[in-house]
Ligand binder design. Sequence first.
Ligand SMILES: [Zn+2]
Length: 317
Amino acid sequence: MTPHKNPPPAGILETVKCNLCGGSDFKVKYDSPAPSGAPGEMADYLASTDRYGRYGRIVKCPSCALVFTNPRPPTENLVASYCAAVDPDYTREDASRGINAFLSLATIRKFVKGGKLLDIGCATGFFLNVARSDFDATGVEPSEWAALFAREKFGLDVSCGDFQKTDFAPESFDAVTMIDVIEHLCDPSAAIEKVAGVLKPSGYIYLVTPNIESFSARVLVGKWWGLRPAHLYYFSVPTLSALLAAHGFEIVMARSFGRIFSYGYWADRLKNYNPLFYKVVRKIIKAADISEKFVYINTRDSMEIVARKIPRTGDGK
Ligand SMILES: [Zn+2]
């Protein structure tokens, strides 16, 4: 274990083992002041929070190369904060999120055309709202506010709670999606095992998550946008593939994932890197009157992965 410069607040944050191989040794990859993680001070762990340069300590497992936040707030504090999360900023780009949902659906449809789909961590339901054109779509979401939003705005079938505690029928879904979710989970390995249980033989899982081995992540080092308090795990194609393989999946597609957002949204992401450049870009966007117009950009630092559940011997499929 490498000594670190920013000791976490004593007695609050917890040290965890590697979620992929179970190892307890690690090397510090990035170090920054840690958010407290105490109950009542969990705002940093909201999905839309981007406290650049204040994400705590991020380590790498020397055995399997999994990158994760360590130490981190106690699981009960994280779960309580997700359940209580009210995050109106998340809906600021709702039109863009709807379009991005179509991009994900188009990829999924290359492998599975219809049937039952479960979206884990469905947030306010933007993907489910699109997916229900092809699937009998169901969602589960820990935030009471987001689940209510999905039900009331879109009329979606969304239950509020922790996926690990749900009792969906075994082998009942044709597809399971986790879009920008796995990096937030306290126990990704347990989640993927449970997904394997609810998927039909030869069912598919679709994931989108930041890629810690991407060019941007390596060039921007500790200032990469993906490093944020709300992210507990930082996967690469090899580590996410290893996690999926450990639970009986085979990767059928892995590639970078671009997104559509307004020019104004993309420009705002420059603010933390280069304030002067941000001001120049903002002026150009204002002069051209394109702040609300959409543009597709693939920064190649998010990845989308599709994996197929390998039927067990005797399934006959
Ligand atoms: Zn490991």
